[in-house]
Design a protein. Structure first.
Length: 138
């Protein structure tokens, strides 16, 4: 039963890809259709139109196999080593700097989001306590 659910959820994710591709072609957008579909899914998740439960298992399944999708790109680079020859040190510097920058941005973003979530939870708790306190006084 779980495999059928995963297949259905991956199918739903594919529908978002197709919708993004269609929108990209119809609106002549300068970004790829897969990114448009991803942004569409993101907006619908934020607005709670599409619940996370609807894609959770399928997306986890796809993420487990994500490194496999990078193998063709890496193999393609091996066919064009002449482009990268003589620039090894520069490439290493770019990789290190971009990796560090990605980690710093991800860390700050996750801390910011966690702080906002904690603040929201604190406000809800405060409101709930103040509503309960008013009810006891009356």
């Amino acid at each position: 039963m779980k495999i059928i659910r995963i297949i259905a959820e991956v199918g739903l994710l594919y529908v978002f890809f197709l919708a993004g591709d269609y929108l990209q072609r119809a609106l002549h957008l300068p970004i790829p259709g897969s990114i448009v579909g991803l942004l569409l899914l993101f907006v619908l998740l934020l607005l709670k139109i599409v619940p996370v439960k609807l894609i959770e298992n399928g997306s986890t399944f796809i993420l487990a196999y994500l490194p496999m999708f990078f193998i063709p790109a890496t193999a393609g680079i091996m066919n064009h080593l002449d482009i990268f020859s003589g620039r090894g040190l520069l490439l290493i510097c770019v990789l290190v700097i971009s990796s560090v920058l990605t980690m710093v941005v991800a860390a700050h973003s996750s801390q910011w989001i966690a702080g906002r979530s904690a603040l929201r939870l604190t406000r809800r708790t405060y409101r709930a306590r103040s509503v309960q306190g008013k009810g006891k006084e009356a």
